[in-house]
Design a protein around this ligand. Structure first.
Ligand code: ASP
Ligand code: MG
Length: 456
């Protein structure tokens, strides 16, 4: 029964157990198999030589607690941005395959350097590229998806008592065997995928912030660090612009039931746990306010009003690998006019979206607007409470902020507004829903942490 005991999935437990799980030795999977942990370090956590040494120290400390450690590293500091700029210096539209060859270098540098630092601390480490680590992806260069993790080489190295360092953000196409990258922020997904493949007890994401906050602390100084957040909420937050975790990594973690612990690499404090909803103890009405200023709106006016048109538009965009967020279309008011269709895409995809639609001949005109911003509130509790949307709109209205588009999910309300009003909107909503540190009513604790239940 226990033939592959080291890779069994860890048992599901409630939060009381979960916090224990994170302390040394608390949850080794069996007496025979040491606990496996995956530790991911972001770019700022490996930026300078001292940072690399600090990361190496943390990795070694986990190893010395008896754990088997796989560390996934990002490129140092601004390395990836610098590589992108380098490509743009030589080409207006860099070939995606070559772009991936170039971008994958940053993470390899981090891993090799960190392995050296670990050796100096008296431990054995081995660095691996994504391809060597068995990260197999599809062939969509610069935003590839992981389709398989063939982790035998990682397992072998762990079996040989090595610390394994894996270059994040990259893999190899199963079809073409070319190097691929996973999209900006993709090292988070590498870490989660490896954690899932190894049945690791937790995927720790070390970053330059203390965890996931109720809003961006740069905009809202009294934003609070969340102790726990569900996968569903975190997915909505990541999709709404919270940058702390890559969207796809949360999706992967939810699908494979990998707990994530997002924490600071600069201090020892606990961060934010991202876990399944049935493991969270409460359902706050509103958990956080997220925002994004990295999207553009594309509008097609005079769109043909006949069956199949939307399918053609979005089919072509999907074909071009453009991710669409909000979509709004209205039937034409007068019979002889076409419909208006607006949708939002990442600014990086704006040009591709325009080029793609121009070839379709489905409407009179296409325009874009990139002075838009998006503000969203997310909370699992709003699923069962009416009135949250009304309150959001009232708060924005009271602050003279015009709402240009609205989209909702059962646990999210997003509004597109003018980009320059985003900070005001975030502050106003954070205050109106009493999410700040001052709003925590300590006399009424209900769990790990009390979050106010606000009546709309
Ligand atoms: N280095 C890549 C980026 O800057 C991937 C990552 O950091 O996760 O997007
Ligand atoms: Mg990141």
């Amino acid at each position: 029964m226990f033939a592959s005991v080291s890779y069994v999935t860890r048992p599901r437990g409630r939060l009381s157990q979960l916090s224990g799980r994170l302390s040394p030795h608390a949850y080794s999977q069996t007496p025979m198999a040491p606990e496996t942990v995956v530790m991911k370090f972001g770019g700022t956590s490996v930026a300078g030589a001292d940072d690399i040494k600090r990361a190496a120290g943390r990795i070694v400390a986990a190893r010395e607690e008896g754990k088997r450690v796989v560390a996934v590293l990002s490129a140092r500091g601004q390395t990836t941005d610098d590589l992108v700029a380098m490509a743009q210096e030589v080409s207006g539209r860099p070939e995606p395959r070559e772009m991936d060859m170039l971008l994958s270098v940053g993470e390899r540098i981090s891993c090799a350097l960190c392995a050296m630092a670990i050796h100096d601390l008296g431990h054995h480490a081995i660095s691996l590229t994504g391809s060597q680590a068995g990260i197999v992806t599809d062939s969509s260069h610069t935003k590839a998806r992981i389709i398989d993790v063939r982790a035998d080489r990682i397992r072998e190295a762990l079996g040989d008592d090595r610390i394994v360092l894996v270059a994040g953000f990259q893999g190899v196409s199963g079809d073409s065997r070319d190097v691929t990258t996973l999209g900006r922020g993709g090292s988070d997904t590498t870490a989660v995928a490896i954690a899932a493949a190894l049945g690791a007890s937790v995927c720790e994401i070390y970053t330059d912030v203390a965890g996931v906050f109720t809003a961006d602390p740069r905009i809202v100084p009294d934003a609070r660090k969340l102790g726990v957040v569900s996968f569903e909420e975190m997915l909505e937050m990541a999709a709404s612009g919270a940058k702390v975790l890559q969207l796809r990594s949360v999706e992967y973690a939810r699908n494979h039931d990998v707990r994530m612990h997002c924490r600071s690499s600069f201090d020892g404090g606990a961060g934010t746990l991202v876990v399944a909803e049935d493991e969270t103890m409460e359902r706050p009405l509103v958990t956080a306010v997220a925002h994004s200023t990295e999207e553009s709106r594309v509008t097609i006016t005079g769109l043909l009003d006949e069956p199949g048109v939307a399918g053609r538009v979005f089919g072509a965009l999907a074909e071009a690998n453009v991710n669409v967020d909000m979509i709004i279309q209205n039937e034409p008011v007068a019979g002889d006019r076409g419909a208006d269709l607006s949708f939002t895409v990442g600014r990086d995809d704006q040009q591709t979206a325009l080029d793609t639609i121009s070839t379709l001949e489905v409407g009179d005109a296409i325009s874009t607007d990139d002075a838009i911003g998006k503000v969203s509130i997310v909370g699992a509790g709003m699923r069962s409470h009416p009135g949250v949307a009304a309150k959001v709109f009232q708060v924005l209205g009271a602050n003279e902020i015009n709402i240009e588009m609205i989209a909702t999910s059962p646990i999210k309300i997003s509004c597109v507004i003018a980009e320059d009003r985003v900070p005001d909107a975030v502050k106003a909503l954070h205050e109106a829903f009493e999410l700040g540190a001052d709003a925590v009513r300590k006399e009424e604790p209900t769990g790990v942490e009390h979050r106010p239940k606000v009546s709309p």
